[in-house]
Design a binder for this molecule. Sequence first.
Ligand SMILES: Nc1ncnc2c1ncn2[C@@H]1O[C@H](COP(=O)(O)OP(=O)(O)OP(=O)(O)O)[C@@H](O)[C@H]1O
Length: 562
Amino acid sequence: MTGLKSIIKQLLKEKREILLSILFGFIGGIAAVGLFSASGYLISQAALGVPIYALTVVIATVKLLGFTRAGSRYIERLVSHRATFTMLKHIRVHFFNRLYQLSPARLGRMKSGDLLSRAVNDVESLQNLFLRVLYPPIVILLVFLATTLFTAYFSVWMALWLLFGLSLSLIILPAIFAWLQHETDEATTEQASALSAEATETLYGFQDLTIHQAIDTRIQTFSDLNDDYENAVARSRIRELVHQTLDGWIGFAITWGVLSIGSYLSAAGEMEAVWLSMFMLLSLTVFENTSPMAAFPQYFRDNKQAADRLYALDQPEPSGDETLDDQQIRAQFDQVSFTYPNEERQTLKNISFCIKPGSKTAIIGASGSGKSTILQLLLKLEQLNKGDIFINNRNINNLIPSTIWNQANVVMQDDTFFAGTIRDNLLSDTNDDSRRVALNKAALESFNLDDPVYEKGDNLSGGEKQRLAIARVLLREASLWLLDEPTSSLDRVTAERIMNQVYTQAQDNTVVVVSHELTGLETFDQIIVLDQGEIVETGDFDTLMSKQGYLYKLKQIEKAVL
Ligand SMILES: Nc1ncnc2c1ncn2[C@@H]1O[C@H](COP(=O)(O)OP(=O)(O)OP(=O)(O)O)[C@@H](O)[C@H]1O
């Protein structure tokens, strides 16, 4: 289902409001036509010297139509806006739920500026969908048809002429302008997206760009993108104005035609001349109603694209097992290959290994050899391309990601910290005493729970962030520990102290540690050595050293360097 269809389906839930909007829109529109027509008739009669008492009914009708028009316009606006805001509320909730279910890896691949503009601009622009795209044409059509029917009572030719004007104004002109706009609009959307992503990246990287003296180039790029976008928007607005002008001319031309037909009919004695001014004002008013159609192609396009973009995030609800019954976690990779989306290079090549329940595994290897990727796949943050991963003998494809996350204590290289306090950033609803114990275990005893943390943890050093991330996991109960270089920014003594705390707490659990460090490997049950996405050897420390293979050579190099 396309995005627009999904949104319209969502909107149709507000049936009552929609029907009321159309009904009162129609009453308001037809009252306006009636008001001006009756006024035209009144002016003609007054000019002919008809006494005022003979016109009492028409005068009262004009007044009544004036009130009806104002009242129904008010009710129409009220119910149409209520329908719109209810719809927006549902869409926001739907969008957030989808965003929430997206895998963090897929989220990460979207440029943050782009994503923000999606969330905010797209939902905001959808408020025009009902107010300017869906129901105004229906109301205009109904008013037009009712007016044409009324006109047909006096003259079929005049009614046909009005119908001709209706098809020009309501169908042909919007279709031509929608077609004209089609190509440039695609470009405008891409430019808006590029501009937003560029702005976000420049703001985030402002400090680095300034230090590396690359800010001027970046600002120039931003300024060029901005110019392109502004030009595209200006072109689009000019087209809208041309459409509006042409629409006005069509209204005048049709009114002129109505007047000509009326004059001919009254000269031929088939219609009284007193009706002429009524038809002239009727035609002018009914065409005035069509002026919102000039913005129709633009709004239609904007809303269609916004809806498609929002619903592009839709993906099937994750299905599968929601629990892992066993206390201990066993993981097995069976001939797994993996390439990141949109990448040519294979990151993992046909790797197989088994992590036994309650065991301690170290994954080592050169930078870029694929160590972190193994953790990403285990957490189902990425979808493997070939082979199978089993957790407790269940294929990972049949597990919903949150089942694994519930069981996992994870420290990644780029854990996120939020503006708030240390307490907030521990992400635990336990009591303050337990929080303090966790901070102590993570060698953060100098921190207070109320100490502030800036956005993205900007006031914390690299080592403090790592220790805070470890304090987070020390507060959770989990049977699988996945630690990606958890102490790489710490001095050896502190690192050992903290890791001892981790191993004590995780002594019965399955632990996988990704590391560059070659020290302390003796304590692991299994060492997996990776090189360029391939496993070059596995085994415990003594076995690998006695084999005098890859790890042995690395150790020799380390010895020589130190
Ligand atoms: N999100 C991503 N999209 C595309 N390629 C990626 C992504 N993440 C990692 N890669 C690539 O996959 C390869 C393996 O990356 P990975 O992070 O798993 O290596 P690593 O062994 O953990 O490296 P390091 O020790 O430097 O952290 C690298 O070549 C990297 O460029």
